[in-house]
Design a protein around this ligand. Sequence first.
Ligand code: ATP
Ligand code: MG
Length: 419
Amino acid sequence: MGITGIKGMNDILPGEIETWQHLEEQARRIFSAFGYREIRVPVVEKTELFCRSIGETTDIVEKEMYTFSDKGGTSMTLRPEGTAPVMRAFIEHKLYAQESISKLYYIGPMFRHERPQKGRYRQFHQIGAEVIGVDDPKIDAQVLAMLSHYFAATQIPDVALQINSLGCPECRPAYRENLIEFLEQRLAVLCSDCQRRYTSNPLRVLDCKVPGCKEATLAAPAMLDNLCLGCETHFKQVREHMDTLSVGYTINPRMVRGLDYYTKTTFEMVTGSLGAQNAVAAGGRYDGLISDLGGPELPGIGFAIGLERLALMLGEQSIEPPRPELFIATLGESATNAGFAMLTRLQRQGFLVEMEYTGKSLKAQLRRADKLRARRVLILGEDELARGVAQLRYMDSSIQEEVALNGLENRLLNEILDA
Ligand code: ATP
Ligand code: MG
């Protein structure tokens, strides 16, 4: 075996890629209709960007980032998520000066040094969307309507939307203190990770997958019961608008997100069919993030969809390559050259046409035409070329006829377009 790829970083092969293209095309189509425009940002950023936005005490920053210093000594990080880079670009290019509402989407790879397993990789892909500039609950509901619609349109089975509110700088600090007090009394039964982080990031204990921690926090106070009036009203209005738009959801008061910047509405799209990797999309409101990064005081909300998990859910069936409209089989050098020229002319017209380039026997050429599932085969020999004719065989019906080369390409083009 020669050089292999890197563990947890996958090749997406022909046969698999069609599913990915479907997922990406639907996103572009749907997000465009909702008024979003694409933004592309680099896959590396200064490390500081992620530390400041995602938070120093999160799993991502504490243990999952691919960080290195470049030759000039700057600390750089392969992006673990898309929101922070998009906000960095939004601020840097003053996109807020152009419009009072910015709707942006991105598609691309993200990198996290996690333990590779089904649905969890070190390079994975996200499609994400962000709305900046409005904190009206209608926007939260619309973002969730778009996300739900995306899952319906891509025919992803068995997903459910869960929502929660994580409060704001007005109500979260008091809740946090409450939660720390609650956890302090149960410290002995928490896992070592949670014992260490319960004061620095107590909300993460609620998200811990260790059964002992889950059990110990069953009766923990919920942020949802401790919202300030502003957050409570916001959450109520989001739900009302979702009802108006017929977006289904359940409330999950225990949902916390693994990134510090979230405020108010947070949500996850979950599935029962991927085992422990049950979140296929996640997001929320981040009203303080843009100003924390040195930008203007603007609210934002967004989500990211994990593409690998969606591809897994759409099944492993490999998609067959498209059928060539024509396979050109030739005998003799001048016929091969004439066939090669015709091949290129038809390809320039946008049709899938194939031939064999290396002068194999007619039998071998026909075998390849069969393998490619060509719809038609054109057989062109030296004598025929001299007479200005060729044999055209329709593979599905086995009908074969002699055709004049003159006008043949137009006839084929019309036939293909009519089909
Ligand atoms: P998880 O709880 O599964 O670790 P997360 O909360 O870390 O997810 P987010 O940062 O919110 O995930 O990312 C949004 C989505 O991106 C996830 O719902 C998931 O579908 C996908 N995702 C996140 N990490 C990975 C990964 N390592 N491999 C594949 N997909 C991932
Ligand atoms: Mg994670």
